[in-house]
Design a binder for this molecule. Structure first.
Ligand SMILES: [Mn+2]
Length: 414
């Protein structure tokens, strides 16, 4: 694959476009690279054959899971992200700063049960913008996690439950869909910006500026690049919150890569890692432990080929329960929480299944049943909806999808 590229002048010209575009058409590549259409057609055809480019609904895209992907990126030094924001994000940041510098004020919003990445990113961004003369309030309309509360105990910072006034600009951080903002509605006519690392959600549709990197392990790494671009002075406070965010979202370095470690190293000039670990360590409280025990009693489990799937129900703590199931014995855990007019589904999967299936796709099969929407990542997804009566149908849909994916019948284990 690599020899083939080095030997071809046209491939070298089209690769920067192939690797940086989210989706591309052969015609667009030809126009952007100045390489004749017929040659692009042939070269991209070869990439497709080698599995390096895949054809999807919206055109072609580079296959990030291809065994040579990283080598090729490094070979051509095409990964501009590693040095800071990509040129596309720089443009988006310019748009955002244009509005913010004019307004001098904005609100920053985070997702429900805001985790350390959401809270840490929001605070670091708020402090950074303050250095540019922009005052921001941070709103967690549907609460913060216990881990976040613990961080704020070590380093207090005001996180609002409600806003006293309407803002003309809202920046949503670490959130991709409206449903994850609880009951909060972004006022009609207000400007919206998105800074996030989740799969594409419905908030982007109305945003005037989008700084998104689905490959980023934490929103905080995007915020770090934004602050770097804005020449923000990294204070002890900013480093503390960004470190909490990155350490938590990389599962205490377990999924951290070289780029994360480089950012972490820079941030450690201001803060000790010990401090971050202690801020992120929370004793699990009795109510969540009881919810877990109760939910374990309701486990309904299946074997699909070599995959163990556990379903359960709970009145609270669904994501913690799903995580506990995956940490102990299940390959995939789906935990549903139903209230009067609400259904919340939390799904977790073992890391080693990452290249075999995608929980967002799996939950999407039940999206129409629950009357809501799905968000999250391949390995940790959630769905919120308005139809709690569909629990059984949801389970069957998910099992059906898993049977298709793993080409095996689901056999009940109980
Ligand atoms: Mn995050």
């Amino acid at each position: 694959m690599i020899e083939n590229i080095i030997g071809s002048k046209t491939k070298i010209r089209i690769l920067p476009i192939v690797l940086t575009a989210e989706n591309f058409s052969i015609r667009q590549v030809s126009i952007d690279s100045g390489v004749a259409y017929s040659v692009c057609h042939k070269d991209i055809g070869e990439f497709v054959e080698a599995g390096f480019v895949i054809e999807g609904k919206n055109g072609f895209c580079a296959n990030k899971n291809h065994k040579d992907y990283k080598k090729i990126i490094n070979l051509f030094d095409l990964n501009e992200e590693k040095k800071g924001l990509s040129s596309k994000k720089k443009k988006e940041l310019k748009k955002l700063m244009g509005v913010l510098l004019e307004q001098k004020t904005a609100a920053i919003l985070v997702h429900h049960n805001a985790d350390p990445d959401a809270i840490g990113s929001a605070i670091a961004l708020s402090r950074g913008l303050f250095q540019s003369g922009i005052k921001t309030d941070i709103l967690a309309p549907a609460g913060i996690s216990r881990q976040s509360a613990n961080i704020l105990k070590k380093y207090p910072y005001p996180i609002l439950k409600a806003l006293e006034k309407e803002y003309s600009t809202y920046i949503v951080v670490d959130v991709s869909s409206k449903e994850q903002l609880g009951d909060f509605k972004i006022p009609v006519g207000a400007k919206l910006a998105v800074i996030d690392h989740h799969e594409k959600g419905n908030l982007e549709e109305n945003a005037f500026a989008v700084l998104k990197d689905m490959a980023a392990h934490a929103t905080a790494t995007i915020v770090w690049k934004i602050l770097d671009e804005l020449d923000t002075k990294i204070t002890k406070e900013i480093s503390f919150f960004l470190l909490c965010a990155i350490v938590a979202d990389t599962a205490f370095f377990r999924i951290a890569d070289k780029k994360d470690i480089e950012i972490i190293t820079k941030l450690l000039e201001h803060t000790e890692l010990q401090e971050i670990f202690s801020a992120l360590t929370v004793q699990e409280d009795i109510s969540s432990r009881i919810a877990k025990i109760k939910s374990f009693k309701r486990i309904d489990s299946y074997r699909v080929g070599d995959i163990v799937v556990a379903f359960s129900r709970t009145g609270s703590f669904e994501s913690q329960i799903a995580l506990a199931l995956v940490r102990s014995a299940a390959d995939i855990a789906i935990v549903m929480n139903t209230k009067n007019n609400d259904i919340r589904i939390s799904a977790r999967m073992r890391h080693d299944l990452k290249n075999k299936t995608d929980l967002v796709e799996i939950l999407k099969t039940a999206e129409s049943l629950i009357g809501g929407s799905v968000g999250g990542h391949k390995l940790a997804a959630s769905a919120n909806g308005k139809n709690p009566k569909c629990v059984l149908d949801v389970k069957n849909r998910i099992l059906q999808k898993l049977e298709e994916t793993f080409k095996n019948k689901a056999k009940p284990l109980n």
